[in-house]
Design a protein. Structure first.
Length: 380
């Protein structure tokens, strides 16, 4: 009994020793809150550990400010949802009272309405078909060691956006998360965000590199630092996108990774179609997948590059606009020639028009005959 009591006491002592740094962080946060600093009200154990890993005071203040703003946005969304829910309940209650009074007012529509679960089933069916027959799109998940925890969280948020946009597309990609190590930072954050839906996600996940999953000659790494321009979308290629949010602008990181693996590279034709004033040409992951989905469906870079935020450029290049206008004029001339040709063929092969022409010619002959006397007299 004594040995058991001693072991329990030792365990409790060890737990207090392990929890002491976290307790110190909690006391520090509470002290800053009393001093009027912008700090969150509640913090998880993981957030406290992240706060402890930060070395400087300014970085800790920035992280606490980020958590406080995030918590404030979450509270505002929750408050807005509760307000909408209360308004809907009041509207339903009011409509119920009116129905009891009038007895004839009922919600009715001639449009066919779908339940949200039916739409989700349709999207899931498209994603399942894409996993069997669709074109593959790879997200390279090997960049977690180059990013901070906050950048990893932003990356996972963008990956969730990508999965949502792809799932709602008419012809979705077959998404692959390659180089995703189990219990790594990416894997933990994805499981945390998706919760129980992670195992039912219609995405292929593997810890193997992409060059071992697909033939090397089919792989094309999309990177903003590539010297090669992606002029046309190839439906037989497997495009790779680096799953990375680069706040520090580490230029050449994905290009160096592709060269190390001896893979073909390409960049989106941003300079060729858009007029950039200044700044880096880095796009978010959800913007990239919307561009790829549009160019895949339409084949038009003008339509695909509309998803580039307007704050990053000053519009399409004049050369592309003039080519587009020239193409439009050529199409108009082609349409006019087709219309004129159709009108000529209509006149040629229309019997009623032929009869009208004969009548006009005969009337012209009689008119000439009636005028012949005056003309003859003038000749005399």
């Amino acid at each position: 009994m004594k040995s058991g009591g001693n072991s329990a006491a030792v365990t409790e002592a060890e737990e207090t020793v392990e929890a002491s740094p976290l307790g110190a962080m909690r006391e520090l946060v509470e002290m800053w809150r009393q001093a009027g600093k912008l700090v969150p009200e509640n913090m998880t154990k993981e957030e406290l550990q992240t706060l402890e890993e930060l070395s400087t005071k300014s970085s800790r203040k920035k992280y606490l400010k980020y958590l406080a703003l995030k918590e404030g946005h979450k509270k505002a969304r929750k408050k807005k949802q509760e307000k909408k829910k209360q308004e809907r309940a009041e509207d339903a209650k009011g409509s119920g009272e009116d129905e009891e009074e009038e007895g004839s007012r009922m919600k009715n529509t001639f449009l066919l309405q779908f339940w949200q679960r039916s739409i989700d089933t349709l999207y899931s069916w498209r994603a399942a078909q894409a996993m069997q027959f669709g074109q593959s799109l790879v997200f390279d998940m090997s960049y977690d060691r180059y990013m901070t925890r906050r950048e990893i969280e932003n990356t996972v948020s963008q990956l969730m956006e990508c999965e949502g946009w792809n799932r709602r597309a008419l012809d979705p990609f077959h998404l692959h998360f390659c180089n995703l190590k189990v219990e790594a930072a990416y894997h933990k954050e994805l499981i945390k965000r998706y919760s129980g839906a992670w195992d039912r996600l219609l995405v292929s996940v593997t810890d193997q590199p992409h060059q071992e999953v697909f033939p090397r000659e089919k792989l094309v790494y999309l990177t903003a630092d590539s010297p090669h321009v992606l002029k046309t979308f190839d439906h037989d290629k497997v495009y790779i996108v680096g799953a990375m949010v680069d706040k520090s602008i580490q230029t050449g990181l994905s290009l160096a990774n592709a060269k190390r693996l001896n893979l073909a590279t390409a960049r989106l034709p941003l300079d060729e179609y858009l007029h950039w004033d200044s700044g880096a040409k880095n796009l978010t992951l959800d913007q990239v997948i919307r561009i790829l989905l549009t160019i895949k469906d339409t084949g038009s870079w003008e339509k695909a590059l509309r998803f580039v935020p307007s704050r990053k450029h000053e519009g399409f290049n004049q050369l592309q606009q003039s080519q587009h206008k020239h193409w439009g004029k050529a199409e108009a001339r082609r349409d006019n020639s087709r219309t004129q040709g159709a009108f000529v063929r209509h006149q040629t092969f229309n019997p009623r028009m032929q009869q009208t022409r004969l009548k006009d010619s005969r009337s012209g002959e009689t008119a000439d005959k009636s005028k012949g006397k005056n003309w003859w007299e003038e000749e005399d």
